[in-house]
Design a protein around this ligand. Structure first.
Ligand SMILES: Cc1ncc(COP(=O)(O)O)c(C=O)c1O
Length: 318
């Protein structure tokens, strides 16, 4: 990856003249069967640009209560693009179409906030890397097609969903008006995400990205890392999933509920578990006072996972 970065051909991407960025954007848009894509420094920015393409100031997006766009982007969507939101709750981060139908508010005149998009997260981070079944997504799409409501997919880890289920990227793309995907998570690129949509949406997002200070210059060095990641690090995500199941088992969680590379376990005191694990060289994170989250990725080898499982088994597994 470092060699690919060093050898990348570059140009000025603010003028859309960086050939490596253009190649990455074209490749990723085509993978998902969409017209265009835009390289962004982060998944958060890709989400903000995508949701802003669908939801205007004062309008609303519906999403699951622990969605990353609401909980973990520091309020960017409200603060930067003026949108509002309402949520449904599902323990496993799944789509609740009945709740969506109940909440959906079309243009109802001069009082009510208008719903213009539903956002779903696949895989769902804080629910523990859960996969959204393609059937549920297709039902959401079919419903959306009967309304003026668009669908955004926060697919930061859609690669993991694909590897876990075998569902084609095009099928995931076909249920979405816009997507955000990250190269910098399990795929192992140092930086980089993409907002995906129609040519018009992406042209608009390019303007917003610049306005937000996200116009980058000779950034082909980073796009090259993304291209390398897509070519070399996709299939190996299955190993991360197996490693996550080992961790789940060690922590007394049901490994069958661990579908991808994230494990979230309930503990009495998350901060204490994080500190105790760190003492023994294992890094895990607290995602609530009683919830600890663990992730596996390409920089954690099998022996390291086995060691982490031993340590976490002692601390969490009892
Ligand atoms: C589901 C999801 N969406 C978006 C993001 C944002 O990505 P970034 O950290 O690159 O802003 C994350 C980050 O963890 C995520 O888990």
């Amino acid at each position: 990856m470092r060699r690919a970065m060093a050898e990348a051909e570059v140009g000025d991407d603010v003028y859309a003249e960086d050939p490596t960025v253009l190649e990455l954007q074209e490749r990723v848009a085509a993978m998902f069967g969409h017209e265009a894509a835009l390289f962004t420094p982060t998944g958060s920015m890709a989400n903000v640009l995508a949701v802003a393409a669908l939801v205007g100031p004062g309008q609303e997006v519906l999403c699951e209560a622990r969605a990353h766009i609401l909980r973990a982007e520091l309020g960017a969507h409200g603060a930067l693009t003026g949108i509002t939101s309402r949520t449904w709750s599902d323990e496993h981060g799944q789509v609740d179409l009945e709740a969506v139908e109940g909440m959906y508010a079309p243009d109802m005149g001069p009082f009510f906030v208008r719903t213009t998009a539903v956002s779903v997260e696949n895989t769902h981070n804080f629910a523990g890397g859960t996969v959204l079944p393609i059937g549920d997504l297709q039902r959401l799409r079919s419903w959306a097609d009967t309304t003026d409501c668009a669908v955004h997919v926060d697919g930061a880890r859609i690669w993991n969903a694909h590897v876990a289920t075998g569902v084609a990227f095009e099928d995931y793309g076909s249920i979405a008006d816009t997507l955000a995907v990250c190269l910098s998570k399990g795929l192992g690129a140092p930086v980089g995400s993409l907002m995906i949509g129609s040519a018009e949406q992406v042209a608009e997002a390019r303007v917003r990205r610049k306005r937000m200070g996200g116009g980058m210059r000779q950034v082909g060095v980073l796009a090259a890392a993304g291209l390398h990641a897509l070519e070399h690090n996709l299939d190996r995500l299955a190993e991360d999933h197996e490693h996550a199941r080992l961790l789940a088992q060690a922590c007394g969680a049901d490994p069958n509920l661990t579908e991808t590379n994230i494990v979230v376990v309930d503990v009495p005191d998350a901060a204490a578990v994080v500190a105790a694990a760190r003492e023994e060289g294992v890094l895990v994170g607290a995602v609530g006072p009683t919830k600890v989250r663990m992730l596996t990725h390409l920089d954690v080898s099998r022996p390291e996972v086995e060691q982490a499982a031993k340590v976490l088994g002692k601390i969490v597994g009892g």
